[in-house]
Design a protein around this ligand. Structure first.
Ligand SMILES: Nc1nc(=O)c2c([nH]1)NC[C@@H]1CN(c3ccc(C(=O)N[C@@H](CCC(=O)O)C(=O)O)cc3)C=[N+]21
Length: 296
């Protein structure tokens, strides 16, 4: 059986269209333009690409984009001062500090200095706690994008067996919370999991988020399962640079019922959800109704 391909790129375009509609309404009816600030410390080339892409898409949906590019040697105090300034700027509704930060900066400290209601990454401890207790929060963009695609494909996820491979704070853990919130039976697997292949074979939904190129082979996938590939790994093959996921696409697609490609799957949804979160944050900041279909 050949799997259905879940087209994250096309889905992301529909999410951006919805976002653009809400932005237009906020401007017309309330005179408010949502604003997203992205802070980049240092010159990691991959990070620069993402930041540029975020800025471009932010403007395309009609929002204001503020970019703060800081020197790699920026001190913690100086970075905290930038975040503080953005926390207090009424034109900024969302703040994203691009990770990873250079080693001399304490990531937890910086992330937790962002005002939780402007934390469009959903990484602040307050948002983590709110999500874990089923309260209204900012939801991390990558897991939110995965959830949107799963809901769209399946309708209800209730009672499904979901296995999340990877236990990171930015994807694995919040993904598991969201799946639990939709009444899946959730397993979080990781590098120490005993008999990972057998654990994955039980799953109706597999979310791979480990950062290891093509580590999940097709024979781990239950016939008809849905495979969400979060990995974005740059590898060299046949003398060419290639982008591959955490699953072996060709063999997994033979057994899966549906699968997300890399590129063109989860990645574009991540950025679309960042824009969605910014609109959500802007509506909340102004006491307006939540945009429908853009939150968890
Ligand atoms: N605070 C913070 N929040 C983030 O959300 C965050 C971050 N830091 N640091 C870096 C990672 C990475 N990330 C990506 C988003 C979109 C694509 C994406 O759209 N990828 C395209 C391919 C792009 C290409 O060709 O490189 C795709 O999968 O189709 C990739 C990677 C967000 N990140």
């Amino acid at each position: 059986m050949a799997a259905n391909i879940i087209d994250g790129k096309a889905f992301a375009a529909t999410v951006r269209e919805k976002v653009a509609g809400h932005v237009a309404r906020l401007k017309e009816e309330h005179g408010i333009t949502p604003g997203l600030a992205v802070v980049l410390v240092g010159e990691d080339p991959a990070s620069q690409v993402y930041v540029r892409s975020k800025g471009k898409q932010t403007v395309e949906v009609g929002m204001n984009s503020y970019e703060h590019k800081l020197d790699a040697a920026t001190s913690e105090a100086d970075l905290l001062a930038v975040v503080d300034q953005l926390n207090n700027d009424p034109n900024v509704h969302g703040i994203l500090v691009q990770l990873p930060l250079p080693g001399h900066l304490n990531e937890d400290l910086i992330i937790n200095s962002i005002a939780p209601e402007k934390d469009v990454d959903g990484f602040h401890i307050s948002n983590v706690g709110l999500l874990g207790t089923g309260q209204k929060s900012m939801v991390p963009c990558t897991p939110l994008g995965c959830l949107m695609m799963l809901r769209d494909y399946h309708g209800s996820l209730s009672g499904m067996d979901a296995v999340v491979i990877g236990r990171s704070n930015i994807v694995g853990k919040p993904m598991a919370q969201l799946l639990l919130g939709d009444s899946c039976t959730v397993t979080i697997a990781h590098s120490r999991t005993k008999d990972l292949p057998e654990v994955v074979r039980r799953a109706d939904i597999v979310v791979a988020a480990v950062g290891r190129p093509e580590m999940v082979p097709g024979d781990w996938i239950k016939e008809g399962a849905t495979v969400i590939d979060v990995g974005i790994n740059r590898i060299e093959r046949d003398g060419k640079n290639k982008l591959v996921g955490d699953v072996d696409f060709a063999s997994c697609a033979e057994r899966a019922g549906a699968i997300t490609p890399v590129p063109g799957g989860v990645g574009p949804m991540t950025i679309a959800c960042l824009l969605a979160n910014t609109v959500t944050a802007c509506c909340r900041a102004n006491g307006l109704a939540e945009p429908e279909g853009l939150t968890a």
